[in-house]
Design a protein around this ligand. Structure first.
Ligand code: NAP
Length: 292
């Protein structure tokens, strides 16, 4: 298999770099900012000069949920408009697009977990830009897989797990919201499973593929419970106080419930997805060894 990976210096992109080492017979081209997905000419030229890709894995995104409220045009450029360029190269060169989306496409009002049939209703600029990107793909891309994930963290990049470790080391007590529940996702697990799915070659013979999946680790918790577990696992002495989200002056609204139901992707690809706490333990172990 031959893969093109955009946004390869983000947390998921770096985890895909690590997982790719397992696939010695496949070829991977990784690109960070040096190949701007918003630049149609750059993308077109790259794919005219470099042929025979099977997959385009789009890990590039505008992911700063708060900043997106102030910079809606930039969020839309990266999370929505750039997809016109990506869809074009995928359609022109018979490439399957694997695109990553988010639980933030939902408004959070559902009382149980969200499955792929539930109607999105984003409540933030970020969520709206990601949903518009999804719609562009489903309306125009010949072969695609969209994977919505949630609460992504990794040993790489900036994320909730690393932030909680950092602030809990500097403080005796921290406040974390308890009225947001969801499903954490270790980007290392997602990266492994994306490549596992792609290597199954299911789509080789079909002219079109359109699939939407939800992916996260198994189990659901509040941000507060997640923070407590992070601190306990990392062996840090710090109290965690549960607060409502209106305690913080966030600009972006976040879904109160964004638990994803992963049963479709588990069933179709016979995946064994770990529970959120087992996966968290491994990430914290890796972070500790990175610090040595
Ligand atoms: N993080 C989460 O909690 C979360 C939750 C649900 C879904 N997701 C989705 O999961 C996917 C991966 O997220 P992540 O956490 O790995 O994101 P990330 O760490 O922020 O990485 C995104 C990468 O995209 C790059 N990028 C931004 N604009 C670009 C452009 N125009 N051209 C090329 N590269 C560009 C960024 O570069 P710079 O670093 O230079 O900006 C960054 O390296 C995204 O689609 C995101 O929406 C994330």
């Amino acid at each position: 298999m031959k893969y093109f990976i955009s946004g390869a210096n983000g947390q998921l992109g770096k985890e895909i770099r690590d997982s790719a080492k397992e696939y010695k017979n496949s070829e991977f081209d990784f690109f960070g900012r040096e190949l701007d997905i918003c630049n149609k000419t750059e993308l077109d030229n790259y794919f005219l000069e470099n042929k025979n890709f099977d997959y385009f894995i789009n890990c590039a995104a505008y992911t700063d949920v708060e900043k997106a409220e102030q910079e809606p045009d930039t969020a839309l450029d990266v999370n929505y408009k750039s997809l016109k360029n990506i869809i074009k190269v995928c359609n022109d060169h018979d490439i399957t697009l694997i695109h990553i989306s988010t639980d933030f496409v939902f408004d959070g009002n559902k009382k149980s977990s969200y499955n792929e049939e539930d109607a999105p209703n984003p409540i933030s600029v970020y969520g709206d830009s990601k949903f518009k990107g999804e719609q562009l793909i489903s309306d125009n891309c010949m072969k695609y897989i969209i994977i919505r994930t949630s609460w992504l963290y990794s040993r790489y990049g900036n994320n909730f797990v690393k932030k909680i470790i950092d602030i809990s080391r500097k403080n005796d007590r921290i406040s974390v919201v308890s009225d947001e529940i969801g499903t954490p996702t270790n980007a290392a697990d997602l990266a492994k499973d994306i490549l596992f799915i792609a290597e199954q070659k299911l789509q080789k013979n079909s002219k079109t593929i359109s699939k939407l999946y939800h992916y996260s680790n198994v189990g659901s918790i509040s941000r507060y419970e997640f923070a407590r577990e992070i601190i306990k696992t990392a062996g840090i002495d710090c109290d965690v106080v549960a607060v409502n989200s209106d305690h913080f002056n966030f600009m972006a609204k976040r879904p109160k419930n964004s638990i994803l139901d992963q049963s479709k992707i588990i069933k179709e690809y016979a995946l064994h997805i770990r529970s959120w706490d087992d996966s968290l333990k491994e990430c914290i172990k890796n972070l500790a060894s990175d610090e040595k």
